[in-house]
Design a protein around this ligand. Structure first.
Ligand code: ZN
Length: 261
């Protein structure tokens, strides 16, 4: 995980269970005239299976403090839930962005001698289960709700229901786990800081200034250029090029020819 490349090293960013936590590496070795360098964010999750204690209460306090009825996980459904969580998050966050290298930065040029191309960064996302709390970016208890009850989850507390699509806005489904992993890597709601978004739960917090609430950090699951910020942050630390100088593309950008053709 996070192999050390001689040139750029490995970045370990943030602290366990805090927003903005990930490992990253920048691998220049894959690049050529048609292939960019890889910028990979790594996330390791320690899932904690919450079953009711024998003789104890068969409830668990959700994020709102409500004691919600829970039941024990079956082994197969627990394994399936974790696998689906990881698969969904990787599908949603992996391979969505290209960071265009500014012309002022030459260390991604290819080949090293007499370079013909300036390579960009391809943004990868790798998420895996970590069997122990040590080395995990997040430690997440997960309950199985017993019956049809609402369970308020959170970046560090999930229920079995959190993989379901929810219809919170027109034209895009919302997925709690995909959204919460966005928080873990450091993304906030699009309306954070706007007037009227004071406590963080108001409707205005989930929409950008132009009213868009279909983004993955709003009420939908659409990926926007602004969601590349964890990658531009890592790129900036690796290269010394300011975050704002990386142009985010949602479409593939091939290495640029240095002769301008
Ligand atoms: Zn949120």
């Amino acid at each position: 995980m996070g192999e050390v490349t001689f040139e750029f090293g490995t970045l370990i960013h943030g602290r366990q269970n805090q927003m903005g936590t990930f490992d990253a590496d920048l691998n220049p070795d894959v690049r050529n005239a048609t292939t960019n360098a890889d910028l990979t964010l790594y996330i390791r999750i320690n899932f904690q299976r919450i079953d009711p204690a024998p003789g104890g209460p068969a409830t668990y306090q959700d994020y709102d403090g409500t004691a919600v009825p829970i039941r024990a996980w079956r082994d197969a459904e627990w394994a399936q839930w974790k696998a689906r969580f990881l698969r969904d998050c990787r599908n949603k966050w992996h391979g969505k962005f290209w960071l265009v290298t500014p012309a002022t930065y030459n260390r991604l040029n290819w080949p090293a001698q007499n370079p013909t191309h300036r390579c960009n960064l391809y943004c990868r996302f790798e998420i895996a289960e970590q069997g122990t709390t040590q080395g995990a970016h997040a430690v997440i208890p997960v309950v199985h709700v017993n019956g049809n009850h609402f369970f308020r989850s959170h970046m560090l507390l999930y229920s079995n229901n959190d993989l379901r699509a929810e219809r919170l806005t027109r034209g895009s489904n919302f997925f709690t786990h995909v959204h919460e992993i966005g928080h873990l890597i450091g993304l906030d709601h699009p309306g954070t800081g706007r007037a009227g978004c004071a406590r963080g739960g108001e409707a205005i917090c989930y929409a950008s200034a132009d009213g868009d609430d279909r983004g993955v950090m709003g009420r939908g699951s659409m990926i926007r250029a602004e969601h590349a910020r964890p990658w531009t942050r890592a790129a900036s630390i690796f290269t010394g090029v300011a975050q704002a100088n990386w142009t985010v593309s949602l479409a593939r950008r091939y290495p640029q020819r240095l002769d301008g053709r």
